[in-house]
Design a protein. Structure first.
Length: 248
């Protein structure tokens, strides 16, 4: 059966058409699949699972939670890996949605292929300022202190951080925002050269062949969701990137 892998939807109330397209795709395609893997940046911002209980903010996410839960209850296996925008998704959201949380990276097997899954941001090591920020916000101490703040304050902080991130992207080199080849090779070596590395984050859908240390690996990159979305479909050993048309 089919397994779908997606990332970088950046769902938010400001882009309702993308949310509706995603919900439609779940019913049309994923409902007939074996599994769905979401490799991070599912939401544009996530400030804690307690946002689901907020009368206004929570209403934005409940249709998504409900749709995922229905899929899970029907037997579709759902997996989620944190991205750089939704790393605070926790057990409450996962339990409500029927998702299993995955570590980044995670090694799976499809057919005869070993496939290493990652969001991809940890591979962008040329962006040293971001890597320092990532190390800070991924620490349990920082997350505990942040989640202890009132929800309203967390929302303001997240909006400010997102605005700063957008400004930084304008000023940065395109190369800096892509993965570092040495970081990719180091990761593949660490996991004993899997046949496939599959990630998102960079919004540069493609397949790259990597040959090093006497091994050959394919690096598949997912796309983000705007007017179109580039997702991965797996059937046994077969891997392909599929472009979804999101416009009505």
């Amino acid at each position: 059966m089919t397994t779908w892998i997606i990332s970088d939807l950046h769902l938010s109330a400001q882009r309702p058409a993308v949310t509706q397209a995603f919900l439609h795709w779940l019913k049309a395609e994923v409902a007939h699949a074996e599994a769905l893997y979401i490799l991070g940046d599912f939401f544009e911002v996530w400030v804690g699972d307690d946002v689901l209980k907020h009368p206004r903010q929570g209403a934005e996410f409940l249709p998504i939670v409900k749709a995922l839960r229905q899929l899970s209850d029907s037997g579709v296996k759902l997996y989620f890996m944190h991205g750089n925008r939704d790393f605070l998704i926790g057990d409450d959201f996962a339990n409500a949605s029927g998702l299993q949380l995955l570590a980044d990276p995670t090694l799976i097997k499809m057919g005869n292929k070993r496939i290493l899954l990652s969001h991809g941001d940890a591979l962008c090591t040329d962006d040293t300022a971001y890597q320092q920020f990532r190390s800070q916000v991924r620490s349990p101490q920082w997350q505990h202190a942040f989640l202890a703040q009132p929800l309203a304050e967390r929302i303001v902080f997240a909006e400010q951080a997102r605005s700063q991130s957008a400004q930084n992207k304008v000023m940065q080199s395109i190369d800096i925002m892509d993965v570092n080849q040495s970081a990719v090779e180091q990761l593949l070596n660490e996991f004993e050269y899997p046949e496939v590395l599959l990630h998102g984050h960079t919004h540069r859908p493609d397949m790259h062949t990597i040959v090093f240390d006497g091994h050959k690996c394919e690096r598949w990159v997912l796309g983000d969701w705007h007017d179109t979305a580039v997702v991965c479909r797996m059937d046994g050993d077969r891997i392909e990137l599929v472009t979804l048309q999101l416009n009505p």
